[in-house]
Design a protein around this ligand. Structure first.
Ligand code: COA
Ligand code: ZN
Length: 327
């Protein structure tokens, strides 16, 4: 097991894609661009800007081209986007994304519900999109949904996950994201599945993507980290979820994960205070409370004033102590 004392952990923001795709309000295009520009300076490894999906399927991200074209790109940050099919790949190329993040599901039922294709049809489409990307020298990551369970099928066999990752490697994808789409993963399972994938495909960049639907998100991040995963998707404020996965709710919150990792001495390259400020801005845009905890409570050494009447409490206690003498 790798040493997890002080690792560099790469942080990917997916709030502008996984987060906003699930919001009932359409966040104004200029606001999306301003938010992404703010996030660009915070130290993220990667920002998933948007998705090039059908606007009928994901109306909240129907402005993908404009957003992708108008954001200011900061060197060192990978600006990626979710792509479900060849049409999405062509749109993304036209916008010069830094990476294609393709998507399919480990579960047949979720793949049909989300992408309207069987997994075999998805695999064929993805192979075409990977060819397109490689021709243009754009790196490819594939986000595999429902790796740790499907809300419609139940358990998903780890062997199926390994087989699919093998297919992605054969196609020429550089990375795979193991997605817990509806928060069904638990830490020992995460350790096992991540270790198996890393073992079988040591050249693949493996990213963890956890939703906090059942409160196990942070524990699952730690389990994956301990298994050797060094890169994670997360969402500011903890918003997010797949509209085509019943019961889906938010990703692990960026401020909560980064706060935990920073406390443990890992190097995320991000200051929690900056994330809290950005999270409050996002909250104003979506117009509701968000599940993240650290943006409400503040970092762990946030100091509060003592209760009212404290001086009197202290003086009385000190007087009593003097009259009693040393213990
Ligand atoms: N971008 C824009 N439009 C697209 C598109 C894309 N990538 N892919 C298909 N379309 C359009 C087609 O042109 C067609 O438009 P028309 O009705 O005006 O002719 C319409 O969408 C239907 O096309 P079709 O190929 O029949 O797609 P579909 O209805 O079977 O849907 C997907 C397939 C993959 C496009 C759609 O299900 C989708 O975008 N899913 C994304 C789901 C998602 O992002 N979930 C959350 C992330 S996990
Ligand atoms: Zn997700």
């Amino acid at each position: 097991m790798p040493d997890t004392q002080t690792q560099i952990v790469k942080i990917n923001e997916v709030g502008t894609r996984d987060g906003l795709q699930n919001e009932p309000v359409f966040v104004d295009t200029d606001d999306k661009i301003d938010l992404i520009n703010q996030l660009s300076s915070l130290g993220y490894a990667k920002i998933e800007v948007t998705s090039f999906t059908s606007p009928a399927a994901i109306p909240a991200l129907r402005d993908a081209e404009v957003v992708m074209h108008r954001i200011e790109r900061r060197p060192g940050v990978v600006y990626t986007a979710l792509i479900p099919n060849i049409r999405g790949g062509e749109r993304a190329l036209e916008c010069k994304v830094d990476e294609f993040n393709l998507v399919m599901s480990a579960s047949e039922t979720h793949n049909l519900a989300n992408l309207r294709m069987t997994r075999n049809q998805s695999l064929r489409q993805l192979a075409d999109v990977v060819r397109l990307a490689r021709h243009e020298q754009v790196p490819v990551n594939i986000s595999l949904s429902c790796v740790f369970g499907c809300p419609m099928e139940g358990e998903v066999a780890a062997s199926e996950v390994i087989d699919l990752v093998g297919r992605f490697a054969e196609m020429g994808a550089e990375g795979v994201t193991l997605c817990d789409t509806t928060g069904m993963a638990y830490p020992t399972q995460v350790t096992q599945v991540c270790a198996q994938v890393l073992d079988a495909y040591p050249d693949m960049n493996v990213t963890g993507h956890f939703h906090n639907t059942r409160g196990m998100g942070l524990a699952n991040v730690l389990a994956a980290l301990q298994a050797g995963v060094g890169q994670f998707d997360m969402s500011l404020g903890g918003i997010g979820g797949c509209p085509y996965a019943p019961g889906a709710s938010g990703n692990v919150a960026t401020e909560d994960v980064v706060h935990m990792l920073n406390c443990m001495g890992h190097d995320t390259g991000i200051q929690v205070e900056d994330l809290i400020a950005a999270s409050h801005r996002l909250q104003a845009l979506v117009g509701h409370d968000m599940p993240a905890q650290v943006s409400r409570a503040g970092p762990r050494l946030t100091r509060h004033p003592p209760p009212s009447g404290f001086d009197e409490i202290r003086n009385r206690a000190l007087n009593r102590e003097q009259s009693i003498g040393r213990p």
